[in-house]
Design a protein around this ligand. Structure first.
Ligand code: ATP
Length: 440
């Protein structure tokens, strides 16, 4: 068996997989029955929401034990997840020094750099000799985990430089830290939004980045694994919004039914009301439908093609904006591309649709003797509708971004609804132009 297989089937990994299916009572029993050593590893593998849930079910001794077991940033996250009335009690269980660290962390919002960071990092003074610094780092290693870089701070906690553990080891023992450190340090402001923090990591490829406040005083570090979770959360949020609903803010199985309904109903109602306009649009063309019932046959085909092409475009652009591959100023270029893409895609669908009508065995009975004109109407409408869908789908995220709203709120179903109504208008207008005098 490969190493990866062994890891995947370790008892902890197996338990983590089934954890969300257990009731609170079962979770507590299972956790208590874990052998020593395993329970620590398992507890560390849980997220803050699960920590807080277990914490509430623990007895007092367990609460104290496990809260103190966590690193200050994880303890702060646990406390943030607790109901208001339990937070004071939880804080009181922690030693004074760490409590101060946690209170400082709690003053940050969860989704900014300060809320993500760990206040523990290895620090040395600029005038220390490398030999001294090595000894000093050894002492700190007892309390700091993990150690990737050594930060050089002056007596006011101002960040002056950084170096890797390897650099520290290979530097001559008699040099001063100020001589061997890297003094152009990439830092993150403590109020930077977590999405932007993620981008800093992508850009600079360090395993940890220092967080500084407005005065340049170092507050903590954010590590790559903190940011991995964030990237996943942000992507989940975008995908949920893209699907036409509010983000759930919790794993699907854990969202209570009433909240699930509430989060989904809002958009669904809005889309439903939007779709009602298709009825209004169709009323405008009632005369045409009455005269040429054959036109009604192709309504679903035409409007769904517009909706689908709009959903494609909107999904691509939202993701590209989120990844910063596209900027707001790129909208013209995107519009040009989508016009070409829309016409080409519409042309492909039109060709398939027209061949279908023109080669259908009993076409004259199914689509009247003017079936060639019907085919042309369907073909031209498809080009128009797909073109419109692609352009609107691509432009809407830009519009939302320029209004300082989340482009992901454009949502594929929203674009589809918008394009459905216009698709009908395009279809019947083309029909009026081509079929007046024959079918109409
Ligand atoms: P080395 O490059 O010394 O082998 P490494 O591979 O362990 O160490 P990297 O993560 O590749 O370390 O970092 C490369 C170098 O970047 C480190 O030596 C360190 O001096 C520097 N560095 C680390 N953090 C920062 C930062 N925030 N800003 C600027 N430079 C940094």
């Amino acid at each position: 068996m490969s190493e990866i297989d062994t890891q995947e089937t370790s008892p902890i990994a197996r338990l983590l997989e089934t954890w969300s299916h257990l009731t609170a009572e079962e979770k507590l029993q299972t956790f208590r029955s874990l052998p020593a050593g395993e329970s620590e590893d398992f507890f560390l593998a849980l997220d803050a929401r699960e920590h807080a849930a277990l914490f509430q079910d623990f007895n007092r001794a367990e609460r104290r034990l496990w809260l103190r077991f966590l690193a200050p940033d994880d303890a702060a996250d646990l406390i943030q997840e607790l109901p208001e009335e339990l937070r004071g009690e939880a804080l009181a269980m922690i030693d004074e020094k760490i409590r101060r660290e946690i209170i400082a962390l709690l003053s940050y919002r969860e989704d900014e750099a300060g809320g993500l960071m760990s206040p523990r990092f290895v620090r040395v003074r600029p005038d220390m000799l490398v030999a001294e610094a090595l000894r000093y780092v050894r002492q700190q290693a007892l309390f700091v985990d993990p150690i990737h870089y050594i930060y050089v701070l002056d007596s006011n906690q101002r960040l002056l430089g950084v170096l890797s553990l390897r650099q520290l080891f290979v530097s001559p023992a008699e040099k001063r830290m100020s001589e061997v450190m890297e003094d152009k340090v990439v830092t993150i402001p403590d109020e930077m939004d977590q999405e932007q923090v993620g981008r800093m990591f992508q850009q600079h490829r360090f395993v940890a980045l220092p967080v500084v406040d407005r005065e340049g005083l170092m507050q903590g570090i954010v590590t790559l694994d903190d940011i991995l979770d964030v990237s996943q959360e942000e992507a989940t949020e975008d995908i949920q919004k893209l699907g036409g609903q509010e983000a759930l803010d919790a794993p699907y199985p854990q969202v209570p039914l009433p909240e699930m309904i509430k989060k989904r109903a809002g958009w669904l109602m809005l889309l439903f009301v939007g779709e009602m306009f298709t009825a209004t649009a169709m009323q405008q063309f009632e005369g045409e439908i009455e005269k040429a019932v054959v036109l009604a046959l192709f309504i679903p085909l035409i409007i769904s093609s517009g909706g689908n092409s709009g959903s494609q475009a909107t999904t691509l652009i939202i993701r590209s904006l989120a990844l910063r591959e596209l900027r707001l100023s790129d909208w013209r270029r995107v519009m040009g591309r989508e016009i070409l893409t829309g016409v080409s895609l519409g042309g492909i669908l039109a060709a398939i649709g027209m061949v279908r009508i023109l080669l259908w065995p009993n076409r004259a009975t199914a689509y009247t003797e003017h079936y060639a004109l019907v085919a042309l109407t369907v073909g031209l409408s498809l080009i128009g509708v797909v073109l419109f869908g692609s352009v609107v789908g691509a432009m809407l995220p830009f519009l939302l971004r320029s209004l300082k709203l989340d482009p992901a709120s454009a949502s594929a179903p929203f674009v589809a609804t918008l394009v459905d109504v216009t698709g009908l208008v395009i279809y019947f207008s083309v029909a009026r132009m081509l079929l007046t005098g024959t079918l109409l």
